[in-house]
Design a binder for this molecule. Structure first.
Ligand SMILES: C[S@@+](CC[C@H](N)C(=O)[O-])C[C@H]1O[C@@H](n2cnc3c(N)ncnc32)[C@H](O)[C@@H]1O
Length: 411
C-alpha cells in the first residue's frame, strides 16, 4: 500500500484547521462550515486509513448500530438523565433484563464514545446520544434504516443469486426478501404489518434531516399560490399527495401565510391518515388542512387543484408505476387553469452522485425503485401527459422541484 502524499495530507490538514478556527469563532450555528469540516476530515481519514483498519472500523460500526438499536428499543436513552448518569443495574431493572447483557451492549457504546462512562458500571449521554431518545426524528430515521432497509441490503447476495444479477424491476423486492423471506410484500404493507408504533416511527423518520438532506424550502417559491388564493376563492390550492404527516406542506404554509390551510389537503394511506388526524388535532395550522385517505395508484379524490405536490414518493417505485401515479395527477389538473402544476419534490441524481443520494438510490434499489436524474424525470412526465417546465434547485443541495404542467411535448 503506497503512503499518501505529504502535499495532499498537508493541504487537507491546513483546510481542516482553517475551518475549525472559523467554526469556533463564528456567531452563527456554523452548520455549513461544520459540514465542510467533517467532509475534509473524512477525506483525511480516507487518505490515511489502511485496509486492516478499514475492515476493523466496519466491524465497530455494525456493533455500534446493533447496540444503539437495542438501547433504543428498551427506551434506555430516555432513562439516562441529561447531565447525570445511570448504572447498568438500574437500566436492566427497568425492563427486567439481565444486567450482564445490558453491560455488554452499553460497553460497546462507551467504546465508541456514543455513551460516556463517568464511573465504572454507569453511563451518561454523549454530545450525540440524545438523538436516540423516543420520538427524535433523526433517531427514528436510524431505527427505520436498521429495521426496514438494512435487512434487504444485507440479503442482496442471496437475492441476486436467486433472481439473477439484474436491477429488480418487478414485484419481487430485495427489501421484503430481506424482511420476510419471499419478497412479495410491498414496503407499505411491511410497515403497516408491524403495527402503530412502527407506522409512527416511519412518520417521524420522514421528518429527519430537513437541512442536511431533505430541505423543504429554498428550491421553489409558493408565493404565487398565495396571490392566486386572493383572486380565486374556490379552487383547492395545494394537495400534498402521499404527504405523510403533511410536514412539507406545514413548512410551506408557515413560510407563505397567504395560503389558507383550509384550502389545502394531505393525502396518504388510510392507516397513516388515522395517525395524522390525531397528530393534527392541536396543530394551529394543520388542524385546518383536510386529510383524505387515498390510494395514489388508483384515484385522485381531489380534482382540479392548483398544485399537486408529490414529495419523496416516486423514488419508491419503478418507472411504470410512477407513470401511472403521475398520469392520475395529470388527469386531475384543471383544464381551465393553465397555471396549475404537478410539483415533484425529490433528490435529483447527478453524475458523479452525491454520497447521500447514491446511498438512497441503493436503498430504493431494494424496492425495485430509484433516485432519478432530471432527464429521467422528464421522460416519466412526458409518458404521463405532462410537460416539464423547469427543474428548480437551490445551490449546494441535492433536492429539487420538478415543475410540470399538463400537456404533451409533441403537441
Ligand atoms: C417516503 S414517504 C414520503 C412522505 C412525505 N411526502 C415526505 O416527503 O416526507 C412516502 C409516503 O407515501 C405514502 N404512500 C405509500 N403508498 C401510498 C398509496 N398507495 N397512496 C397514498 N400514499 C401512499 C406512505 O404512507 C408515505 O407516507
Amino acid at each position: 500500500m503506497s503512503n499518501p502524499s505529504l502535499d495532499v495530507l498537508e493541504e487537507l490538514s491546513k483546510k481542516l484547521s482553517e475551518h475549525i478556527r472559523e467554526l469556533c469563532t463564528t456567531n452563527s450555528d456554523g452548520i455549513a462550515i461544520r459540514r465542510e469540516a467533517t467532509g475534509i476530515a473524512r477525506r483525511l481519514v480516507d487518505e490515511l486509513i489502511d485496509p486492516e483498519e478499514w475492515a476493523a472500523e466496519q466491524t465497530v460500526a455494525l456493533g455500534e448500530c446493533a447496540a444503539i438499536r437495542m438501547f433504543m428499543k428498551w427506551g434506555f436513552f430516555d432513562k439516562i438523565p441529561l447531565g447525570g448518569s445511570v448504572s447498568y443495574r438500574e437500566l436492566a431493572g427497568l425492563i427486567g433484563a439481565q444486567e450482564a447483557l445490558v453491560f455488554r451492549l452499553g460497553q460497546m457504546l462507551v467504546s465508541t464514545g456514543m455513551l460516556v462512562s463517568p464511573m465504572p458500571n454507569s453511563v451518561a449521554h454523549s454530545r450525540l446520544s440524545p438523538l436516540f431518545k423516543s420520538g427524535d426524528r433523526e433517531g427514528c430515521w436510524f431505527a427505520m434504516l436498521w429495521d426496514d432497509c438494512q435487512p434487504g441490503l444485507a440479503k442482496l447476495p442471496e437475492f441476486f443469486e436467486k433472481y439473477g444479477p439484474r436491477e429488480p424491476v418487478d414485484k419481487t423486492l430485495p427489501l421484503s426478501f430481506g424482511l420476510s423471506g419471499d419478497g412479495q410484500l410491498d414496503p407499505w404493507e411491511l410497515v403497516a404489518q408491524r403495527g402503530t408504533e412502527h407506522i409512527e416511527q416511519f412518520g417521524h423518520a420522514m421528518q429527519a434531516m430537513p437541512t442536511y438532506a431533505w430541505p423543504y424550502t429554498g428550491a421553489y417559491d409558493f408565493e404565487w399560490v398565495a396571490k392566486y388564493a386572493v383572486t380565486n376563492s374556490e379552487r383547492p390550492l395545494i394537495v400534498d399527495v402521499g404527504g405523510s404527516y403533511g410536514h412539507a406542506l406545514r413548512v410551506h404554509l408557515t413560510k407563505f401565510p397567504g395560503i389558507p390551510p383550509s384550502r389545502c389537503v394531505v393525502e396518504d394511506r388510510a392507516e397513516m391518515i388515522l395517525n395524522v388526524k390525531k397528530e393534527h388535532e392541536n396543530d394551529t395550522i394543520m388542524k385546518y388542512v383536510t386529510k383524505v385517505p387515498t390510494d395514489f395508484h388508483k384515484e385522485q379524490p381531489v380534482k382540479g387543484a392548483l398544485v399537486y405536490l408529490i414529495r419523496r414518493c416516486l423514488h419508491n417505485y419503478n418507472d411504470e408505476v410512477c407513470v401511472n401515479i403521475l398520469r392520475i395527477l395529470a388527469d386531475s389538473l384543471p383544464d381551465d387553469e393553465p397555471e396549475a402544476r404537478v410539483l415533484i419534490n425529490e433528490q435529483i441524481m447527478t453524475d458523479p452522485p452525491h454520497r447521500f443520494v447514491a446511498s438512497i438510490d441503493l436503498t430504493m434499489l431494494t424496492m425495485a425503485a430509484r433516485v432519478r436524474s432530471e432527464q429521467q424525470f422528464e421522460k416519466l412526465a412526458n409518458q404521463a401527459g405532462l410537460i416539464l417546465v423547469t427543474v428548480h434547485k437551490q445551490e449546494n443541495t441535492t433536492m429539487g422541484v420538478v415543475e410540470c404542467k399538463k400537456g404533451s411535448p409533441m403537441a
